[in-house]
Design a protein around this ligand. Structure first.
Ligand code: GDP
Length: 604
């Protein structure tokens, strides 16, 4: 039997680190690097500790509380769950909602997208607008091409998104990013309204964005603008000339005819919208396009929608965090800051974001990393939920949300008679909202093929008076198929019925993990009485549920909130070892009391 001679091993190592705190508040999840910072050690040291505990993790990888707490204990630092840390997590920063007071708003340039049928001249028109401005000396030499540019007309800036086509427009919208203030639908005067013209119009309408029709290629002899206008009428797009409210401008990307009119129309349409933003806050916006350049790494065009983006800002883009190391305007000039509706190019993001991803500036890089970690976790949880199989716990929610119209059941039983009895009774539980449908009944144990069938048909398996093949059990756990075991028909029926009504309460039973006997009592001014114990069997863990037994009587039921070996806080103590135990809300120990450690295990 082990005695005091098994001196604590980890303590001296813990003490050897000079700046190491005695206790540390650990959040529910954090990266290896963050844990190292908290403990006052290097990430490499943490990685080594993790490896000895069988966990392989990189510096930026997220680990959960339990894992982090083991590492902390190993290194002689007492871990506590960080309630406060949770409260200070920047939840609000995650929601991309900005409450800009009306007095903070100032006019901003309109953001324009060009859409239309293939070959009708979208690219040519965007090029023509850009180069005509260059010729007019308003835009200087354009040294590089990014996903957006700006021109000015009547001293008003207009931002053009330089990725034409409604695929990009809709892809962004699908990601929740509404960037466009004015849509120009290009229709070639010779070709007329084509299928993608209609599509483009429908996309613009769905987005509820004001539309301007640019009838292009009017330089061509076969151009017939009037025919285009008539065709548009057939699709409920009535141009002003025909008494409607849609502005229509004849243009030629080739001869540059009508371009000034087009820009003027954009300004007119934009003016009605009174486009405004607050430039005096941390920036937010949308990724217009991004790519991995062989020479420059990840490059991305961002459109700032609110606030001012500055060199050095910490940002979060989708699931990428970063700090702005270099920022360029659309002409390739290095800039230090940029305000609303400005397109900028950023270099130095860790990876390539996706067009339509939103970005925002946050307090610092650490906050950025935390937000990204949380987003990743939220997405993973969601993905898991999306893949989650039907089960009795979530059945009611799924039914209420209208996601489930049928509860598919597979019954395995000891004899066909009970299987059939169960089938008809279960099917009678059907309601107007959900039908119980038994798709397979058979005798014998639950097999792999039953699990496969349940998985494919999103059903549950009821094992009645029969066992589950071990491989089927494993398979079911892997794919998330629920198998319920019953021996009494009425219990099976009751469980399903209650689940359907949202009244299903899982039943838990206590499972004993170990016992410790009180051998000595110590008084502590801070902690009250500490029970000096020996672990009689099993193991005891800090945080575990406990019962204090005196003879045959249970005198307290609470939680173990302190577990020490000598002076050291530990998470777990095994059979034969001595330890100091404190409980929450109970310290009236007597010698000979037995502390039973247990956990609740789900049994149905
Ligand atoms: P997109 O597919 O809508 O981007 O169309 P493009 O800009 O690639 O133009 C398709 C073709 O139409 C090209 O051959 C252009 O040179 C031609 N084009 C575009 N605009 C005009 C125009 O105003 N006049 C004439 N004559 N041709 C044009």
């Amino acid at each position: 039997m082990t005695t005091q001679s098994s001196a604590p091993r980890t303590r001296s190592e813990g003490k050897s680190a000079p700046r190491r705190p005695r206790t540390v508040a650990i959040p529910q999840a954090l990266t290896v690097r963050e844990l190292a910072d908290l403990i006052g050690t290097t990430p490499i040291e943490v990685i080594k500790r993790l490896m000895t505990n069988g966990v392989m993790a990189a510096q930026n990888q997220s680990i959960d509380y339990d894992t982090a707490a083991i590492v902390a204990s190993d290194m002689g630092v007492e871990p506590t769950e960080a309630e406060a840390a949770k409260a200070t997590e920047p939840e609000a920063e995650e929601e991309e909602v900005f409450d800009d007071p009306p007095e903070s708003l100032v006019s901003r340039p309109a953001v324009v997208t060009v859409l239309g049928h293939v070959d009708h001249g979208k690219t040519s028109l965007l090029d023509a607008i850009r180069t005509s401005r260059v010729a007019a000396g308003e835009a200087g030499g354009i040294t590089q091409h990014i996903g957006a540019y700006q021109v000015s007309r009547d001293e008003k800036l207009i931002t053009f998104i330089d990725t034409p086509g409604h695929a990009a427009f809709t892809a962004m919208r699908a990601r929740g990013a509404q960037v466009t203030d004015v849509a120009i639908v290009v229709v070639a005067a010779d070709d007329g309204v084509m299928p993608q013209t209609i599509e483009a119009i429908n996309h613009v309408r769905a987005a509820d964005v004001p539309m301007i029709i640019a009838i292009n290629k009017v330089d061509l002899p076969q151009a017939n603008p009037d025919r285009v206008k008539t065709q548009l009428t057939e699709h409920n797009v009535i141009v002003e000339e025909y008494g409607g409210d849609v502005v229509c401008v004849p243009v030629s990307a080739q001869t540059h005819e009508g371009l000034e009119d087009l820009l003027e129309s954009v300004n007119l349409v934009a003016e009605i919208q009174e486009l405004k933003a607050n430039p005096n806050r941390e920036a937010n916006g949308v990724v217009i396009e991004a790519e991995l350049s062989p020479t420059r790494g990840s490059t991305a065009t961002f459109l700032i929608q609110g606030g001012t983006l500055r060199h050095g800002d910490a940002i979060v883009v989708g699931e990428i965090s970063g700090k702005i190391k270099a920022m360029f305007d659309y002409q390739g000039n290095r800039i230090k800051e940029a305000g609303p509706s400005t397109p900028v190019e950023l270099i130095g993001l860790e990876s390539v974001p996706v067009a339509g991803d939103r970005f925002r500036v946050v307090k610092d890089e650490k906050t950025a990393r935390q937000i990204v970690e949380r987003r990743k976790r939220a997405r993973e949880d969601q993905e898991q939920k999306d893949h989650a199989h039907v089960n009795l716990d979530t059945l009611f929610n799924e039914i209420s949300r209208g996601n489930l119209k049928e509860l598919i059941v597979i019954i395995k039983a000891d004899v066909q008679g009970s299987a059939e009895a169960l089938r008809s009774s279960l099917e009678q539980l059907s309601t107007s909202e959900v039908r119980v449908k038994v798709i397979h009944t058979a005798t014998g144990p639950v097999s792999d093929s039953d699990v496969m069938l349940a998985e494919a048909s999103n059903g549950i398996i009821i094992a009645f008076n029969t066992r589950i093949d071990p491989s089927a059990k494993k398979q079911a756990e892997t794919v998330g198929v629920e198998i319920r075991t019953y021996n009494i028909i009425y219990q099976a029926l009751e469980a399903v019925e209650q689940a359907m009504q949202g009244m299903y309460e899982p039943v838990y039973e206590p499972r004993v993990d170990g016992h410790a006997e009180v051998r000595q009592l110590f008084k502590s001014s801070r902690l009250g009485n500490i029970a000096g114990c020996q672990v009689l069997d099993g193991s005891v863990r800090r945080g575990s549920l406990v019962r204090v037994l005196r003879g045959n009587e249970e005198i307290a039921k609470t939680k173990c909130d302190g577990l020490k070996r000598f002076q050291d806080d530990v998470r777990e103590v095994q059979t034969g070892y001595e330890c100091g135990i404190t409980l929450s809300d109970f310290d009236k120990f007597e010698l000979g009391d037995v502390i039973e450690f247990y956990h609740q295990e789900r049994v149905n």
